[in-house]
Write a protein that binds this ligand. Sequence first.
Ligand SMILES: *[C@@H]1O[C@H](CO)[C@@H](O)[C@H](O)[C@H]1NC(C)=O
Ligand SMILES: *[C@@H]1O[C@H](CO)[C@@H](O)[C@H](O)[C@H]1NC(C)=O
Ligand SMILES: *[C@@H]1O[C@H](CO)[C@@H](O)[C@H](O)[C@H]1NC(C)=O
Length: 519
Amino acid sequence: MKSLIVLSLLIYSIATQENCRFAFEYTQKELQSDPKKVQEFLSKVMKWESKFAKDLGIDKKSGLTLDGQQLDVNTGMPNGKPHQFTASSKESIHLALIGLALANNEYAKQIYSEEEALDLLNRKINTYEQFDKDYPGYGGFLPWVAVNDGVVTPTWDWTDGVPSLDNGQLFWAAYAVVSVLETWYSDQDELIGRYTRFYQKMANNSITIFYEGNGMIRAVTRIQDIKASVEKNQYSNRQSDCTNFKSPCYLDDPYEGELFAWMMYFYAPWKDQTEREKIWVAKKSKLQVVDYKVAGLNKYISVQRGWWFSAHEQWKYLFMPYTHDQIQLNLLINGEKVRTWDARNNGKPGMFASITSNITKNEDQVDYYSACGIEEVSYIPVTYRHLVTPYSTMTMFLANQEVAVSWYHNMISGPAGQNAYGSTEGVVVDGTSVAPFVTWDSKMTTVLGMLGGIFDYTAKKLNVEGNYNLFLKVLNREWQQSFSNLKGADVPFAYPNATFPQVKKDFTTCARKTDVVEQ
Ligand SMILES: *[C@@H]1O[C@H](CO)[C@@H](O)[C@H](O)[C@H]1NC(C)=O
Ligand SMILES: *[C@@H]1O[C@H](CO)[C@@H](O)[C@H](O)[C@H]1NC(C)=O
Ligand SMILES: *[C@@H]1O[C@H](CO)[C@@H](O)[C@H](O)[C@H]1NC(C)=O
């Protein structure tokens, strides 16, 4: 009787393809040689990742994202409530997915129907506008916010401040969504108008709120009174963050923080046109080329030095058309090549990005491991090299889909690497434990990479507004000096050749199917 039930469950799951542990339906060889298999595999990724995006990672009333959810270390089912908070960064990913669904993107439309996408856009803009009314001191920017059944308030640690980096991400997401709407839904003039005012307001207030002068943009601004209007407010650098973030007080990085700089460069209300050029002067010192030596091959690959060289730093490639410029495209490809060789030559089954920590018991203290990456090509020391994450492939999907799929597949094949909500946050390379979480950062960033990013829509609108050529011109001006002779064009990508020891058991709600048969 029992085996009959197991058997019929098995048949049912095959018939309906309800197998959340689908990694084992594919081999590395298939994914490296058969584009049809890749397509089928990615469709399954969409299906299971969307369960996170649509069931767990969303506050349905406000339409806002919820940062993530802890999973039970054994069952893989939600342990406690989802994180009742989010930030502009998660919102940027969500907006981009919605935008691409409306743009008829092959994979995005498997997540959201047209009706769902438009409904979410309406809910979100209602919420953004309400938040702006309630807390005018933020000037249209969004801090980390608590989200409780439709009610959105600043989190306790952001009642006097607002970060620039995440808002640069949100700005370009809203901008790209407007571009999509203008292209495919020009009859939605109300939505177009509201999202346009939303992103314009950020740009219009960016100097008042974030600009320190002399090309310096604050990483975090202190707001005197979040309830008072921008005009009646006072803004200054929030000093405590300079040490907290172990990063400078100013947003001078050539990574994801650059999205905010571009917003200001193009759309801030500069009185003096020479002032805005100082942003690029302030950023110059962090633009460094570094040659990574590929052990065994005795060859070099030139990359742009990273902070930790965490894949998280690559966020900007998803939102702006960097890859339309040849130097930037070469840099992206080279960086991703280095990620693959670093893993391969060090016997790692996957790669690195800033991530929630691994735990063994549900009660274990949870940390956030920022310092994950590759020290040979980073500015500051890398601390964690035991925990790999599927989202380390997020922009590898822009560089080379086949290679990215291989690594992604290799990582989710690790013990408990998949759950009923798609990929698991991270897997320890010795196979003993995982980071039992599902978050926007570790999952939907990668999905956006698989979708190809939304930067083509950004490019389209920049072009209409006459800023596209300027974008390319500035990129060329700033990067060509150090980056025009990159080594490594002759070095291929590396494919994974290491697997995880299967020490930890799969989650009971998402176990490898052969285990069921054997029982
Ligand atoms: C932003 O500033 C521009 C230029 O002054 C203006 O046309 C636009 O209406 C402003 N938008 C918002 C939302 O304040
Ligand atoms: C994987 O490849 C690297 C270098 O390409 C090699 O040093 C290593 O021995 C290989 N590992 C396995 C398990 O084959
Ligand atoms: C995370 O994994 C490492 C490597 O296996 C291990 O030493 C550490 O104890 C794990 N952390 C927790 C909290 O279980």
